[in-house]
Design a protein around this ligand. Structure first.
Ligand SMILES: [Zn+2]
Length: 121
């Protein structure tokens, strides 16, 4: 995939969608399954999440640059961030802007896969 040196938000959104396809393939190739969680989130919902301490108001979900995936293995839903580490470590190698929520300092979030934009993850 050709990647512009300084992509616009719209270009990043399309790069992200394509990368999510490769992420889903990788998850299944590693013997996991997954279900799709939240991708786009309205700014109003992000503000509510911030009020309740369950998210941040400037979430990359509001820019269509994040998706939450729920991993499964052997018919079990995996709930620990460490369960996602191998997938997250692979993800961050796929693009210089790729970020995994398990690496976040304030609100670690193993389900979260995103592209950074404007310093936000
Ligand atoms: Zn998320």
């Amino acid at each position: 995939m050709s990647i512009p040196a300084d992509p616009t938000l719209s270009q990043k959104q399309r790069i992200f969608a394509r990368l999510v396809g490769t992420l889903l393939d990788y998850i299944y190739s590693q013997g996991f399954e997954c279900t799709l969680g939240e991708a786009y989130r309205t700014p109003e919902q992000a503000a509510l999440n911030a009020q309740h301490g369950t998210g941040i108001s400037h979430s990359e979900h509001t820019k269509r640059l994040a998706i939450d995936l729920l991993l499964w293995k052997d018919n079990q839903y995996l709930t620990k961030t460490t369960d996602y580490a191998d997938i997250g470590n692979w993800w961050v190698q796929q693009h210089s802007l790729a970020r995994w929520g398990g690496n976040f300092h304030s609100l670690p979030d193993g389900n979260h896969f995103s592209l950074e934009d404007g310093g936000f993850e």
